[in-house]
Design a binder for this molecule. Structure first.
Ligand SMILES: Cc1ncc(COP(=O)(O)O)c(C=O)c1O
Length: 340
């Protein structure tokens, strides 16, 4: 296995995650659903820095690149309730880097909770400088301007893009795929379905390449878009896959039809609650004591539940849901969850 990933190991990274994240079976949920599909979660929400989540895997490579370039400040962008921003702030605190976040409100939801609680509260607690810019601002251009100002102050800044899903950030899930393949090898069985949310495409692109590098069926991945319309999500995921492949000098490619994305859970748009999301978050909390988030994993889990209930996943299959974190987002949607 390791030899397959030599090109990945040649790329700079920092360690922010302590060992493989656990895989757990959802026995209670299976019995409540009377499901013939074995259901598992991979707990990528269970990591030691900043509350954990998928973005920490990307930050292992983004911050590794920043440190390899001798940078001492990290500037990144996101929505107001960005989990990537919160985990950037936490990881920078851990590594002793200055962190500046350029945040734009992508939705206007739930009043004060959305603007002041959840990730926004934690960004400041982790010591980041937050620049709130109006909706529609080119946040990346703003980040580059801010980086120029930091240079005049004597810093050497590194600028990362939205959601950390640059070709370098996406390497975090090539590494995540290797970790999953090792866990499957230990279990002696591969999962037939791997279910994830898709926002800025890095989780999907990285996982797909990692599985393809080991010839381990990337078409097992079923993503649910929670941000872009379906056609945009498919095109951009394929583009990112091509860029990551080139970076790793990985010759054979992920087949175009192996990129499987479902648009049924987006609802009215990014960050706007759906009935399916509310049901999924409540059901997993009340059957398993596990927390999904309202923006990403809640909608993707609603998609998995929908597929199980309509029999789209064959009896006897085993589905692994990657819990990507985002729990602080629940506190930004207090009014939504207060309603019955
Ligand atoms: C909790 C959570 N899950 C899933 C995603 C989606 O991951 P990606 O942006 O790599 O598609 C994000 C971020 O966008 C996230 O914060």
């Amino acid at each position: 296995m390791t030899a397959l990933f030599n090109s990945l190991d040649a790329i700079s990274s920092v360690r922010l995650i302590d060992g493989p994240t656990p895989i757990q079976r959802l026995n209670r949920l299976e019995s409540v659903l009377r499901s013939d599909v074995a259901l598992y979660v991979k707990r990528d929400d269970l990591m030691s820095v900043g509350g954990g989540g998928n973005k920490l895997r990307k930050l292992e490579y983004l911050l590794g690149d920043a440190l390899a370039q001798g940078c001492d400040a990290f500037v990144t962008t996101g929505g107001l309730q960005s989990n990537h921003a919160r985990l950037s702030a936490a990881a920078c605190a851990r590594l002793g880097l200055k962190c500046e976040l350029v945040l734009a409100p992508m939705v206007s939801y739930d009043g004060d909770g959305y603007t002041q609680n959840g990730n926004v509260l934690l960004d400041k607690l982790f010591g980041a400088t937050v620049h709130e810019v109006p909706r529609g601002t080119d946040a990346l251009a703003f980040a580059h301007e801010r980086a120029n100002e930091l240079r005049t102050l004597g810093y050497k800044p590194y600028v990362a893009g939205l959601g950390g899903s640059t070709p370098i950030g996406a390497l975090g899930y090539v590494s995540g795929a290797r970790e999953l393949l090792e866990q499957e090898a230990q279990r002696g069985e591969a999962f037939s379905h791997i279910v994830i949310p898709s926002g800025s495409f890095g989780t999907h692109a990285g996982l797909a390449i990692g599985l393809a590098m080991a010839n381990a069926q990337p078409e097992r991945i079923q993503a649910f878009t929670v941000l872009s319309p379906l056609d945009v999500a498919i095109t951009k995921t394929r583009d990112l896959i091509a860029q990551v492949q080139a970076q790793l000098r990985f010759q054979s490619s992920v087949a175009a039809d192996a990129v499987r994305i479902d648009g049924s859970q987006l609802g009215e748009g990014y960050g706007i609650p759906t009935d399916g999301m509310l049901e999924a978050v409540r059901l997993l909390a009340q059957t398993e004591g596990l927390l999904l988030d309202p923006v990403y994993s809640g909608k993707a889990f609603a998609g998995l539940l929908h597929d199980i209930r309509r029999g789209a996943i064959a009896a006897g299959s085993s589905a692994l849901f990657i819990m990507t974190g985002g729990t602080p987002g629940l506190f930004a949607y207090r009014q939504t969850f207060d309603r019955p």
